[in-house]
Design a protein around this ligand. Structure first.
Ligand code: G
Ligand code: G
Ligand code: MN
Ligand code: NA
Length: 253
């Protein structure tokens, strides 16, 4: 079991790092975005997936410190990319707890300003369940961030419980279709029809739509035809350490 103190020690011992997975703009084929994903290089257990330790960090509260580390690292890495001629928008996963601090939006916006990183180069990914809890303080932070130009995405869209009408009343501008929906596209007719519907929902709500879990060319053709704005998945590339990601991006674009 991963304990609170083990995660805090891991931060001190610099056992966490952030990797970047490419996100491709469908219309141009250009790599214009990426998603930041945390990794834990555990000295005894090897690399531990965030799927394993983030839920525990959310319970113990360590997520606040981990989240601060990720945000700081992303902003620093963005500056490195910018210095190497790359100007991408970076998506960062956020846990609901990180929006409880009423100064959260202000603090993140100040950090961007300090780094000369335009707010629209940052995207925050939240889950449907966070919106359903509908906490006033969290909503105020979301509004402030969106007003400043930060993109706000619903991650794993379609797996939670949000009502579609509800979604409209939140300052969300991006929908990420969960990769579970794409896994049997285009072989499975029902799944394929569902993805088409999800893309159309995004169009109707005037939101950008990202398909996750793109693994082969048939999916790329389908997403192009249906007007899915962005694509992410192993077909294009896995998450990479900063240096590798910079080389990859230069080669791709
Ligand atoms: O990269 P991988 O598929 O192992 O990620 C598993 C899960 O961990 C994903 O659902 C992703 O949203 C989450 N995750 C990855 N990095 C972060 C992070 O920095 N903060 C939070 N809160 N979640 C993350
Ligand atoms: O929940 P979230 O969307 O943040 O999770 C992102 C995770 O999805 C990353 O950990 C990444 O490793 C994984 N992922 C990204 N692209 C693909 C893909 O094409 N196929 C599969 N199976 N997993 C993927
Ligand atoms: Mn995500
Ligand atoms: Na997702």
């Amino acid at each position: 079991i991963l304990l609170h103190h083990e995660m805090i020690n891991a931060l001190d011992a610099q056992q966490f790092h952030v990797e970047y997975q490419p996100v491709i703009e469908t219309e141009t084929g250009l790599l214009t975005r990426c998603e930041a994903l945390i990794r834990w290089d555990h000295p005894e257990r090897g690399t531990i997936s965030p799927g394993e330790f983030i839920p525990i960090a959310e319970k113990t509260g360590a997520i606040i410190w981990i989240g601060e580390f990720v945000m700081r690292q992303v902003i620093q890495d963005w500056q490195v990319m910018r210095g190497r001629g790359i100007d991408v928008t970076v998506a960062v996963n956020r846990s609901p707890r990180e929006f409880n601090d009423k100064h959260a939006a202000k603090n993140w916006l100040l950090a961007l300003e300090d780094a000369n990183m335009p707010p629209d180069r940052l995207m925050l990914e939240i889950t449907e369940s966070m919106l359903m809890r509908n906490k006033d303080g969290q909503l105020a932070n979301l509004r402030q961030l969106r007003d400043a130009g930060v993109h706000l995405a619903i991650d794993d869209f379609g797996t939670g419980y949000s009502s579609l009408n509800y979604l409209r009343s939140y300052p969300i501008d991006v929908i990420k279709i969960d990769r579970g929906f794409l896994s049997n596209v285009p072989e499975n007719n029902t799944q394929t029809a569902l993805v088409e519907v999800l893309i159309r929902i995004a169009h109707t709500l005037d939101m950008q739509v990202v398909a996750e879990g793109v693994e082969h060319a048939e999916q790329v053709d389908f997403l192009f035809e249906k007007g899915c704005h962005y694509q992410q998945g192993f077909y294009y590339g896995r998450s990479m350490k900063l240096d590798h990601f910079i080389k990859f991006t230069k080669k791709h674009n």
